[in-house]
Design a protein around this ligand. Sequence first.
Ligand code: MEV
Length: 314
Amino acid sequence: MLTLGKGSGFGKVILFGEHFVVHGVPGIVSAINSRAEAEVRITSGKIEISDERKGAKGYAEEKKTQQIESIERMLKTMGLDPKTTSLQIMLGGNLPSFSGIGASAASSVAIARAIAEEYKKVMSDEKINQIAYEAEKAYAGNPSGIDNTAATFGGLIWFKKNLKGGPNIIERLTIREPIEIIIGNTGIVANTKAMVAGVAARKNSKAKHYDRVFKQAEELVSTAKVALKEFNLRKIGRLMDENHSLLNEIGVSSKELDFLVGIAREQGALGAKLTGGGGGGCMTALTPTRELQEKVANAIEQEGFKVLKTVIGI
Ligand code: MEV
């Protein structure tokens, strides 16, 4: 009988601290209500991937090499030899493959879970998270681990990378009720690896300036944690705006991202910022109430950009 392993992983939106998180500053991430789904079948032949995810034009083509490397890394971490393993991998789900919303991490988690099921290996979420982290290295070079953590566990998470290689701090946060957000896609497929490497290089060459910005980012994320706990929406929004400015200072925004952030603010969003690796990819805006969410989403769509309407804190 032919068997089929199945698995899924959450998409995510980083609310505070992308890029800074790679260097040990805490970040806050929320899973969103969209997932990547994978089905895996052991075959005879080679590894074949059919990527049916809907998303940015060119995403699948652009990420092909990184995707193959990520699957090889994943197999090795699972004790399988990529040279002798043959699998048919089908990727789908309702998480669009936009840059910035954890499409790669969600797919890695989905595939790892599906492979585990197909090989009848029982794996804890912690193990799946570790496998997905290894896979993420193909996409992000030196990832913090925040994306795969959100993709594996879901929910709203305070995350701090352990720079010494020990366990990361992963703390679950709760808020009074889910909050509507929008995610606007610039349509530009971003290379997270290059963006992460760029920040690291500039952090070295402009140490004094970057130390100051990193310190501000660290203070900001702690303030944001309290604002989320207090459900102070205006403050959360204002801190998102400030976070966007800091991301601009470290050179990871783009004119398209700034344009979409500007529209969201004009339309009444409480705050807006780029989310994820930047350099293209996505922005997010805090739009509590369905009406405000609709209004901001429509304004961005009218400019010809794709929008995802979702919530944080589920
Ligand atoms: C990408 O979603 C988030 C980055 O901070 C990279 C990472 O943390 O691995 C840019």
